[in-house]
Ligand binder design. Structure first.
Ligand code: HGY
Ligand code: MN
Ligand code: MN
Length: 426
């Protein structure tokens, strides 16, 4: 008897469809190391063209919403009924992987193509939403395309500059045809009630499913985050040989003390059962003046705190502020903060979690419940009150790096779950 994935192969060659799309997507990258699909930029635009061409080949409807996101539709019998949507993001981090985001769009679009191939007419519209600018790497705030769609962008968000310092988000969005007036008015560009559910398939991006040998899993919740793109520690420059320790105002040593203190708080809070992860992904001295023989008077660094719990996020942030004040007094330095960027944690819809578990088990696939450490557009839908659920597939070598990889067999298993979820909505 054929296994599930072999059956899929006989009726509609999901493997061939997926492999072709992933190789076309790989060619959209604007970097030779890893994959770079910059938000509201050339790489993301090329990915849109790949998906548009594929959708038209299967006579699926394509359009762009007011935020410039690509929307692909398999029309339902009742066009006015609330739709079932799935999706993920088109952009990648700089020199990232080909599957973060894209896998969820490929899974959705080949599911609709398969239904077209089977002449299946759904009761309501089935939509794939390909979001722009999910990664915070580009303009600081994550989930830009989905936040714009649901009226959740602020003036400050729109004034943020791209990581290369050139365009503001508003300029980039306008260049790509977004409706800035409605976005600035924080108007939802879609009636949330017109979406009966939003489903997202995504690679896990972490090591847990590999370690536990879980090809697929169902997500329970998504971590929120507090981020600062740039914290500046200011001390006092000096001759590295001539200034004794007790008179130094070394910005780097102050920052190192802060990060070590946060690491210790993190360790203790984990022991008490809190869900917290922290990192500082960007650290710079001023290259115009830094030298081995110069005590650094200025350090800039990013800070990211993530947790499934809003209270834990705020408590850890308060600890960080307290540590900064103590270290500033002790070392006679100062810490200056740019805008605090907050993204709320999100809970997945309990009924859809059960539905995805049932479908997974019926298809003889693993259905463990896993929290998502990484952020996803699904968080925006869940926090807008739209029933939301996620399917995870395992992937090797983590994510946000050129080594990110994924087995096509695992991708097909996750896609099969999504396909049935689309066909058997709550
Ligand atoms: O950073 C994240 O959590 C996601 O990959 N955007
Ligand atoms: Mn990502
Ligand atoms: Mn992602």
């Amino acid at each position: 008897m054929n296994t599930v994935t072999e059956n899929i192969q006989l009726e509609f060659d999901m493997f061939a469809e997926a492999e072709r799309l992933f190789s076309e997507l790989e060619a959209t990258s604007t970097s030779t190391i890893g994959i770079t699909r910059e938000a509201y930029g050339a790489g993301e635009q090329k990915a849109i063209e790949v998906f548009e061409a594929y959708a038209l080949k299967y006579d699926l409807e394509t359009s762009f919403d007011g935020a410039g996101n690509l929307v692909i539709v398999l029309p339902g019998i009742d066009r006015n009924a609330p739709c079932i949507a799935c999706g993920s993001h088109l952009d990648s981090v700089p020199q990232g992987g080909n599957f973060d985001g894209a896998a969820g769009i490929v899974a959705g679009i080949i599911s609709l193509a398969r239904m077209r191939h089977e002449s299946f007419a759904p009761a309501c519209d089935l939509k794939v939403m390909a979001f722009r600018c999910e990664e915070s790497a580009w303009f600081g705030k994550p989930y830009i395309g989905s936040c714009a769609l649901l009226g959740k962008l602020s003036q400050d968000d729109l004034e943020a500059r791209q990581r290369d310092g050139k365009e503001t988000l508003a300029e980039a969005m306008e260049r790509c045809g977004a409706d800035l007036d409605r976005i600035l008015a924080a108007e939802s560009l879609v009636d949330p009630k017109s979406i009966a559910a939003y489903l997202e398939m995504h690679i896990e991006q972490g090591p847990v499913m590999i370690a536990r040998d879980l090809p697929t899993a169902v997500v329970t919740g998504i971590r929120g985050a507090i981020r600062h793109r740039k914290i500046t520690c200011l001390g006092r420059a000096g001759h590295s040989g001539a200034v004794p320790r007790w008179l130094r105002q070394d910005a780097f040593f102050a920052t190192a003390e802060l990060i070590s203190a946060l690491d210790e708080h993190w360790r203790v809070l984990l022991e008490r059962g809190l869900d917290i992860v922290v990192t500082s992904g960007i650290v710079k001295t001023n290259a115009a003046v830094h030298a081995m023989t110069r005590i650094p008077d200025e350090i800039t660094f990013s800070l990211e705190i993530r947790s499934q719990s809003t209270d834990a996020l705020e408590a850890f942030y308060h600890l960080m502020e307290t540590e900064c004040n103590n270290i500033a007094k002790e070392r006679k330095v100062s810490f200056q903060f740019d805008r605090k960027l907050y993204t709320a944690p999100a809970r997945m819809n309990e009924r859809w979690i059960e539905r995805l578990k049932d479908i997974s088990e019926r298809l003889s696939m693993t259905s463990e419940l896993i929290p998502s450490g990484a952020g996803h557009d699904a968080a925006v839908f869940a926090n807008a009150g739209i029933p939301t659920a996620m399917i995870f597939i395992r992937n090797e070598n983590g994510s946000h790096n050129p080594e990110e990889s994924m087995e096509i067999e695992d991708f097909i298993k996750g896609t099969e779950i999504l396909y049935h979820a689309f066909k058997e909505p709550l």
